[in-house]
Design a binder for this molecule. Sequence first.
Ligand SMILES: C[S@@+](CC[C@H](N)C(=O)[O-])C[C@H]1O[C@@H](n2cnc3c(N)ncnc32)[C@H](O)[C@@H]1O
Length: 265
Amino acid sequence: MDDIKQIKNLIEKTIGVRCSNYKEEYIKRRLLSRMRSTGTGNYDEYTRYLNNNPDEWELLRNALTINVTEFFRDAEVFEVIRKEIIPKIISDHGRIRIWCAGCSSGEEPYSLAMILSELTTRKGGVIGTIYATDIDEKILQKAKDGIYDPKSMDKLGSTAIRRHFTELPDGRFQVKQHLKDMIHFRKHDLMSGLPGARYVDMVTCRNVTIYFTEQQKNDLARTFHTALNSGGFYVMGKTEYLGREVEGLFSQYNTLQKILIKNDV
Ligand SMILES: C[S@@+](CC[C@H](N)C(=O)[O-])C[C@H]1O[C@@H](n2cnc3c(N)ncnc32)[C@H](O)[C@@H]1O
């Protein structure tokens, strides 16, 4: 037996990652990378390795749902969000609801919460809620814990660190409660349609869809369109784009920063 279908079924059954949702080439590449690391030569050998080394499941899960992220990743996008988008939404509605989709270990929603908290301090009384979702339960737990190594906090100035983090005895930093209070972390597979998060004013879904098929990207754009309030914003990753089929659902707000605005259709 050296059949990719069988190992895909096994992955789905054991760790709940639905391989059928991803392009086959992508799954093959991730498996190959784990096979190289474990010194196994084919799917059969790798399956045996998984059976004998349960810890490998965790490594495989990480390889399949690559979680790379950072605070204020692509800083210019956050500047537009900070200076234009959030102030506009708050001036229109007096509050803001954000869905951060594919939030990984929490750096993106905490970056947004830092911006909201600064506006709250200056203006007083702003109510902001961030729904942060990801398919990967393990990474969501890391996000909820909100504990980070100092080297991952390079982009945060010392004032932001003092204001929003507590230093732990082991030298790492934990996010303070006032940021955590703004965020609801939830497990959600973006390919399964809408989560609880609806009537949001902004969706950020960045660096998540790179391995989705065209059809899946289109379905996702429709999901975001439904989730957004009229005039809401959809922030994509730098290398992501809107498929032809769904172009009419959004207009460009900032082409360079890949920020779209919902069209009422
Ligand atoms: C590269 S990280 C991006 C994190 C953050 N948005 C950023 O730009 O820094 C991609 C995240 O998308 C998540 N992801 C992948 N497929 C997903 C799916 N079908 N549903 C929800 N999250 C998914 C992964 O678990 C991972 O945490």
